[in-house]
Structures are given as structure tokens and as C-alpha cells.
Design a protein around this ligand. Structure first.
Ligand SMILES: Cc1ncc(C[n+]2csc(CCOP(=O)(O)OP(=O)(O)O)c2C)c(N)n1
Ligand code: SF4
Ligand SMILES: [Mg+2]
Length: 739
């Protein structure tokens, strides 16, 4: 029997995943799909699923791990959005070419850039020809139902293709709606178990996966993928029939809403169909014959069926929530019109690109489209078919200013002032520009702005800097169009590539300087800021490459020990046992189970001229002086800076400095520098405090103090001691070698 519930789209998808109980889930957080792996982590932590959850360090790895798991013979699932899908792109094609029926929940969001977290369909449209079956969902119910049907379709022997279930970011993913859930046992029965014919873990029949496939075969293999996609159409219909018999809910390739006698038709996907139905009803009351064709199955594209369903109407509008930026129209429009052309259906069809970057599309907007269609039907005058709905066009003189400090407001300082290594920090604060202005939107009590400001103060007054950031709290809170908190030049591209982006800027500087295209007496410094996620995890390759190529830049990691911007998911910098939203302290698993990565050591092993670990403590001298050395040491330098986060760590905002101090005094966060391979510990606590002193200040460790969990504190302490001793040894050893 169905169970009536109220769930958001993400909860509904996570619930479907729980009921499907896949063998492996590999995912990486990204708004607005993040909640799916978060909810799922709770199921894992509490033992409600048998799944092995792999909290990977990037989406490329999420899809790679799903490919590995599925090829091994297990059922693998993931969830992502926008830039996450973009980063998966290479693996998306590989998954389908290997004929692996992975199932993904795609919560649609605009692909950068510029950065935006809201809904449009540019992510899905970007992979429309990658060989994945694509199902779209108007509501939370449809997102849930589509997932329940997904494995049956993808794993069918005539199909064997990956499948993505799309829904609109925030609009359905975060809206709570009534939903009918099916019982766990019934879902299990309907989905069935997975028995692949060939798989890596079958030792009786070893197989080879992923060959070099040259001119002799690749064409045929691609044609086989296309055949499988064609086969999927019937399988989708058959599974839908079974689903209807079980739940009473009916699905097809698309839904026709009051279309059979319609004269004016809109075609769209996902949640806009709901708004359109409302408008259709309203217009019908006025005697206007409006109708809707809502695409459910976008790949395989039901070209013939759509053409037939539209052959009787007088005018059509295709709504594209993604722009193809001057192709013949948006992706859905070109699919629909070429399908109609091929099948001899000649109806005037206009394209409306709408809702880009989450721009709200209201019933009034949809009504306008039907009004246009009325005119087109009457006059046969299509006008310019490629149009925009809800777009503001500014007259040139009123266009907003490009983000640039107007010259007159640019901070002034004495250009002649000599930089002296300061020992009175108050003077530094009073006289040196922070370059990181007030008005940023980071939370009160956040460690990151303090860090950024003091690092930027280390820049000589006469020097200019180009600052780069990885996506993360610092970036999204300091550069929200049309405002910026940075008074130097600034660049942000994406989450995973601050190191590579800044190395490009530095390479250009070198080149232009060499050619005499930049003034000889002006100096530019290059400083990147990345959170621990953007540095330890997804951006590690980019950072490592920039350092190894010896770009003259400073990379600062502000380490708050989790992906804070997307809602406190674990990173490889998260300390052991910490409670995060992807490592919740549950009944079975008590928080994050692995120790944190030691990135400062990893960077030291790149044999850089300067690497340091620091934090904002006391008069911030340690932080300031290390920043000054890092910025003014020639070559690649790296700073690892602790930056506590009240939201993620669970402390009151006035505790920030105390927590920093305790991190150093307990040796949880040792302060040291490595200069050309020689280690110097810059702060040795007179009395090393027990780790409890640090742990008890933060809610993320609260469960460690419960009776019976003493072992956690002991093991935590042992790891801190081990690392501290290793550092003491390194200091002794490298200084001896020096002598
Ligand atoms: C390729 C890609 N995947 C995921 C995201 C979503 N995302 C943006 S910021 C972020 C976490 C940032 O964490 P961290 O680097 O530690 O910085 P913090 O927010 O903690 O300051 C994530 C997961 C993205 N923008 N791009
Ligand atoms: S969530 Fe944490 S890291 Fe992000 S701005 Fe707020 S306090 Fe800082
Ligand atoms: Mg972080």
C-alpha cells in the first residue's frame, strides 16, 4: 500500500535510493543536489542500507568510482548538479560507452560561468548526446517514481546504458510536496536484483574493460550504443506499464495535457510544466484551445511520437531552459523542429529561452507565450523564432557598471613608504591596507576573513596583486555581482582549478614583462586562496601542478576542515570523528572515520622554497610574517592556515580566537615553516595541552565525550602526538643536515 508523505525533491530522491539500496554510492557535494548524499550518509551511518558510500574528492572521481563499481558487477548510484556534471564530462561518455547502467540523480542547475547556483537546464543539455537515458521530472513524485523505474530500464539486457533522472534545482529539490511513497519490500520486489552478464569480479570469466578502440571498431561500437538507446524507448514504456499496474501512476515518453484538441501548444520539461498546466486551465476557461506537451523522456528523443502528437496544432512554442547562444535555437527547439521537419509536420514553431540562472518564470510569462501563439496562428507571422522570455534588456546608458573600483574610490596610500618587517602588529593594522574590504558576507566569528586580511596586509604598499580564489565560502561571500570585497585584481573560475588559473595569470605576466609590454618598475604578486575542499581534494592536482611548474605565486589554503559553503560535508582535511553532514555521527558509524590528510607536509615534499602552517593567534605575528615570507620568496610558496568555522564546528562566534589558540597549544595545528627543506617549528607550547581542551570547544566532537567513547579521544590524542613527534624529528634532522 502506498504511504502518503511530505518530502522535498531531494528527500524523495534519497528515499528512493534508500529503498533501492544500491551496492555503492559515490558522490561529491554540490548545490542543489548536496542533500541527496547527505540524507544518504545518514542512512549509511545508521545502518539502514547495505551500501558502501564513497565520499570522493571530486565529481570526476564520483563518476569514475561509479564506473569501477558498476564494472565490478555492483549497482552504483550518484547525484550531482551543474559544475559537478561538467567535471564528470569525460567519465559520462566513458560510462555509456562501457554500457554500464549507472543511475544518477541530476538536480538541474546553471553551469558556470559566471557562478550561479539556481535552476536552469544547461547542465543536462550539455550532456544530451553523451549516450545517457535522460528522464525529466515535473514534481517530487515524478523524481521519486523515475528513480524507482530507472534500474529496470538501464539494466535491461537490450539497453545496458546509464540513466539520469533530472529535476529542477531548488524549485522541486528543496520544495516540500505531498508524495506517495511505496513500501520498502514492494520497491525491492519491483526494482529486482542486478545480475550482470559480465563483470570484473567474476573470476571464472575474466574480462577486459576500456580498450583502445581505433578506426576498425569504434564506429560500430557507437552504433551499438545508438541501437541500445533506440531499444530503450520500448523498455521505458514496458517498465512504465508495470509501474502503473503496481502504483496506479501512469507514465509515458511524454505527457499530453489537453493537447488532443489544442490549437496552441507549449513544449517544456520539468517543473515549468506545472505552471503551464495552470495557465492552460485558465485559458481553456476563456475558450482558448491551449495545450501542453511535457517531455519526460528526452533521450532517447521520441521524435516520431512528438511529431504525431503535434501535427494538428496551429502554433507551437518550445521553452528551452538553456540557451545554445546563437545556434538555430535552444537544444529542445532544434530537436523538436528537426523531428517535425523529418516527419513532414509543418507547424509554425517559436523558441523561447527562459529561466536562465534561475530567473523566475511566472504564469503571466507563460500566458504571454500563448498570446504570441494566438497571434502566430492567426497571422502565420512567426517573426524571429529564437526569442527570450523574461529577459531584461538595458538601454546602453543604464547598463550596470562592470565590477571595477571606480578610480576615485580606489584606496590611496603613500607610494613612497618603505616596507619594513614589522614587529608592532598594531602599527601594521593601522598603516597597511588589508585589500580585503568591509562588507563581505562571511559569517560573524568566521576565521577566514581574518586570515585573508592579514595575509593581504603583507603585500608591500607599492605592489599590486592578482588574487585568485577557488569556489567556496570565501569566493561566494566576497564577490557577489555587482559587488566585490577585493581591491586588487581578482579572478575566480571554478572550484577545482585556482592553482592552474593563477598560473596562467602569472605566465602572462612573465611573458608581457619579457616583451616590455608591462612597466618595468611595477611589481605584481600572485596570491590564491582556496578552502580545504578546493585545495586538499578537488583542486589538489591543479595546485600540485602549479607548484611543480615553479610558478612564482603563493597559494593559501584557509582550512576550515569541511565543505562549508555547501553545508558542512567532510573533506580530506576533516579531522577524525568529526560530525559533518556526510559523516554524521550515527548509531553505527561515529562521524568521520579517517584521519585528516597532512597537506602542509605534502606541499613540503614538493620541495618548495617556502611552506608554512599557521593560524591567527595572539597578535597575528606568526600569520603575518609567514605571509610576508611566502609572498616575497621567489618561486612557488604555500601557506596552510587554520580558519575555524562557527557553523561547521559548532562554537559561539566570540570563541574564534580561543579555539585558534587551543589548536596551537594542543599541537593539533602545529605552527612551523619549511624553508628550502629545513623545518622550523615557530611555536612550541610551553605546556602541551591535552587534546580534549581543543575538542570540547566544538559541537562537531560532542559525541566523543559520551560515556563509552573515551577510546576516540585516546586515539585522537595518539595521532596528534605522533604527528607532533614526527615534526620535532624532522626539525632536528633537517637542521642537523643544514649544519
Ligand atoms: C566541480 C564542482 N563541484 C562541486 C561544487 C560545489 N561546491 C562549491 S564550493 C564547495 C565546497 C567548498 O569547500 P572548501 O573548499 O572547503 O571551502 P569552504 O566553503 O569550506 O570555505 C563545493 C562542494 C562546485 N562548485 N564545482
Ligand atoms: S559557513 Fe563557516 S566558513 Fe563559511 S562563511 Fe560561515 S563561518 Fe565562514
Ligand atoms: Mg572548507
Amino acid at each position: 500500500m502506498s504511504i502518503r508523505e511530505r518530502l522535498s525533491g531531494n528527500e524523495a530522491s534519497a528515499t528512493a535510493m534508500k529503498q533501492i539500496n544500491p551496492d555503492v554510492v559515490a558522490a561529491f557535494p554540490i548545490t542543489p543536489s548536496t542533500e541527496i548524499p547527505q540524507y544518504f550518509s545518514t542512512f549509511v551511518a545508521n545502518g539502514s542500507v547495505d551500501t558502501e558510500f564513497v565520499a570522493v574528492e571530486s565529481e570526476h572521481s564520483a563518476m569514475s568510482a561509479c564506473i569501477g563499481a558498476e564494472a565490478a558487477g555492483s549497482r552504483a548510484m550518484t547525484a550531482t548538479s551543474a559544475n559537478g556534471l561538467s567535471l564528470m564530462w569525460e567519465m559520462i561518455y566513458i560510462a555509456s560507452s562501457l554500457r554500464l547502467p549507472i543511475v544518477m540523480s541530476l538536480v538541474n542547475r546553471a553551469v558556470s560561468g559566471p557562478l550561479n547556483i539556481h535552476n536552469d537546464h544547461s547542465d543536462a543539455m550539455g550532456v544530451r548526446d553523451a549516450g545517457w537515458i535522460m528522464l525529466f521530472s515535473e514534481s517530487n513524485q515524478e523524481a521519486y517514481d523515475n528513480l524507482l523505474m530507472a534500474h529496470r530500464i538501464a539494466e535491461h539486457k537490450d539497453v545496458m546504458l546509464p540513466l539520469m533522472v533530472c529535476q529542477d534545482g531548488f524549485i522541486t529539490s528543496h520544495s516540500i510536496e505531498n508524495i506517495m511513497l511505496e513500501e520498502d519490500a514492494e520497491v525491492k520486489k519491483f526494482v529486482g536484483s542486478y545480475h550482470p552478464e559480465h563483470y570484473l569480479l567474476n573470476k571464472n570469466e575474466p574480462i577486459a574493460v576500456g580498450p583502445l578502440d581505433l578506426q576498425g571498431y569504434l564506429f560500430e561500437h557507437k552504433a551499438q550504443q545508438a541501437d541500445a538507446m533506440r531499444n530503450a524507448k520500448q523498455v521505458i514504456l514496458d517498465v512504465a506499464k508495470d509501474f502503473e499496474a503496481w502504483t496506479g501512476r501512469k507514465y509515458s515518453l511524454f505527457e499530453e495535457y489537453k493537447l488532443d484538441d489544442a490549437e496552441l501548444a507549449i513544449i517544456c520539461m520539468n517543473s515549468t510544466a506545472g505552471t503551464t498546466k495552470f495557465v492552460v486551465d485558465k485559458l481553456r476557461e476563456q475558450g482558448i484551445k491551449a495545450g501542453l506537451l511535457k517531455i519526460r523522456v528526452y533521450r532517447p528523443f521520441p521524435a516520431l511520437e512528438i511529431s504525431k502528437a503535434l501535427s494538428h496544432v496551429k502554433a507551437i512554442a518550445v521553452l528551452d531552459k538553456s540557451d545554445s547562444l546563437n545556434a538555430a535555437g535552444g537544444a529542445l527547439f532544434t530537436d523538436v523542429t528537426s523531428a517535425m521537419y523529418t516527419h513532414n509536420v509543418n507547424v509554425p514553431t517559436a523558441n523561447y529561452v527562459y529561466g536562465i540562472g534561475g530567473r523566475d518564470t511566472k504564469a503571466d510569462d507563460i500566458e504571454l507565450v500563448y498570446k504570441d501563439l494566438e497571434y502566430i496562428a492567426k497571422t502565420k507571422d512567426l517573426g524571429i523564432p529564437y526569442r527570450y522570455l523574461g529577459l531584461r534588456r538595458w538601454p546602453k546608458k543604464d547598463r550596470p557598471q562592470w565590477v571595477k573600483w571606480p578610480k576615485k574610490d580606489r584606496p590611496q596610500w603613500d607610494k613612497k613608504e618603505e616596507f619594513i618587517m614589522p614587529y608592532n602588529m598594531k602599527e601594521v593594522v593601522a598603516t597597511k591596507k588589508p585589500h580585503f574590504t568591509e562588507g563581505h558576507r562571511m559569517c560573524a566569528g568566521c576565521g577566514a576573513p581574518v586570515v585573508a586580511r592579514h595575509i593581504m596586509r603583507a603585500l608591500k604598499n607599492e605592489d599590486h596583486a592578482v588574487v585568485a580564489t577557488a569556489t567556496g565560502c570565501m569566493e561566494v561571500s566576497t564577490f557577489i555581482y555587482p559587488y566585490t570585497s577585493w581591491d586588487n585584481s581578482f579572478i575566480h573560475t571554478a572550484f577545482e582549478c585556482a592553482g592552474a588559473t593563477l598560473s596562467g595569470v602569472e605566465a602572462a605576466y612573465k611573458s608581457l614583462k619579457r616583451q616590455g609590454k608591462l612597466p618595468e618598475d611595477e611589481h605584481t604578486k600572485f596570491i590564491a586562496f582556496g578552502g580545504d575542499g578546493g585545495t586538499y581534494d578537488i583542486g589538489l592536482q591543479s595546485l600540485s601542478g602549479a607548484m611543480e611548474r615553479w610558478h612564482d605565486l603563493t597559494y593559501v589554503c584557509y582550512d576550515n576542515g569541511a565543505y562549508m559553503n555547501t553545508g558542512i560535508q567532510r573533506s580530506s582535511a576533516t579531522p577524525r570523528f568529526a560530525d559533518t553532514t556526510t559523516t554524521p555521527a550515527g548509531k553505527v558509524i561515529p562521524g568521520k572515520m579517517q584521519n585528516r590528510k597532512d597537506l602542509a607536509m605534502i606541499m613540503a615534499n614538493h620541495h618548495l622554497p617556502y611552506v608554512a602552517q599557521t593560524l591567527a593567534m595572539g597578535d597575528f605575528k606568526d600569520l603575518y610574517e609567514k605571509a610576508e615570507k611566502a609572498i616575497y620568496t621567489k618561486g612557488p610558496t604555500f601557506l596552510n592556515v587554520l580558519a575555524p568555522c562557527p557553523r561547521g564546528w559548532g562554537y559561539s562566534t566570540d570563541e574564534l580566537m580561543n579555539i585558534n589558540k587551543l589548536a596551537a597549544q594542543t599541537c593539533y595545528w602545529p605552527l612551523y615553516e619549511v624553508v628550502n627543506g629545513v623545518y622550523h617549528i615557530t611555536y612550541k607550547p610551553p605546556k602541551k595541552l591535552p587534546i580534549e581542551e581543543f575538542l570540547k570547544t566544538q559541537k562537531r566532537f560532542r559525541h566523543m565525550f559520551k560515556e563509552g567513547n573515551e577510546w576516540m579521544i585516546e586515539e585522537f590524542q595518539a595521532e596528534v602526538d605522533r604527528r607532533w613527534q614526527e615534526l620535532l624529528d624532522l626539525e632536528e634532522m633537517t637542521n642537523k643536515t643544514e649544519e
